[in-house]
Design a protein. Structure first.
Length: 188
């Protein structure tokens, strides 16, 4: 069973990493997965929350930061050390097949912390704003999924890494949004 899952993961990785190679993705997707690309968005979220919701906006920002912190710490410091899965670009016997589009890094692969962090943000905010903004959830989940897809395309994560990270981050985002709403009676 595990061998079948691993084979599937490697096949899907190659389908994305080399099978979808094109000049547009080669240029765009390394930018999409770069944490610095999204700093203006994060600043915009902070500004919007505080300007629109005043003191509750400050609590929203604090809860969001705690949400990302839990997702990040849980993924990088608890789950990754437990599984110790190598990145595709570091896996012995496989790394020669990887098209590396960014620096590989020496960290472990499972789960993707990028996926955990961004899905925790997307789900947390979606839980709060899905009624106020009609397409917010679709846009937020597409944004997080694009970052996950980029991680596979550039060669630093397997599809199961980003899937597990997305599930973990979504769970954290969901639970923290529920806790935020319950503790503050927040209404968008």
């Amino acid at each position: 069973m595990l061998e079948t899952l691993s084979n599937w993961d490697h096949q899907w990785f190659q389908a994305v990493n080399s099978g979808l190679s094109n000049v547009v993705f080669d240029w765009l997707l390394p930018i999409m997965r770069n944490k610095y690309t999204w700093i203006p968005l994060y600043i915009g979220i902070i500004f919007f929350a505080i300007k629109t919701y005043k003191s509750k906006g400050i609590y929203l920002v604090l809860f969001l930061a705690i949400t990302v912190g839990i997702a990040d710490y849980g993924s990088a410091s608890i789950i990754k050390p437990f599984y110790k899965r190598d990145r595709p670009c570091n896996e012995v016997g496989f790394k020669e097949k990887v098209v590396s589009r960014v620096h590989c890094g020496s960290g472990k692969s499972f789960p993707s912390t990028h996926a955990s962090d961004h899905f925790s943000i997307a789900v947390f905010l979606s839980m709060l704003f899905h009624r106020r903004f009609k397409y917010f959830t679709a846009i937020a989940l597409f944004w997080a999924a694009l970052i996950c897809f980029s991680q596979v395309y550039v060669g630093v994560h397997f599809p199961l890494d980003v899937t597990a990270g997305a599930i973990f981050g979504s769970l954290i985002g969901f639970l923290m949004a529920k806790l935020f709403v319950k503790s503050t009676s927040f209404k968008a």
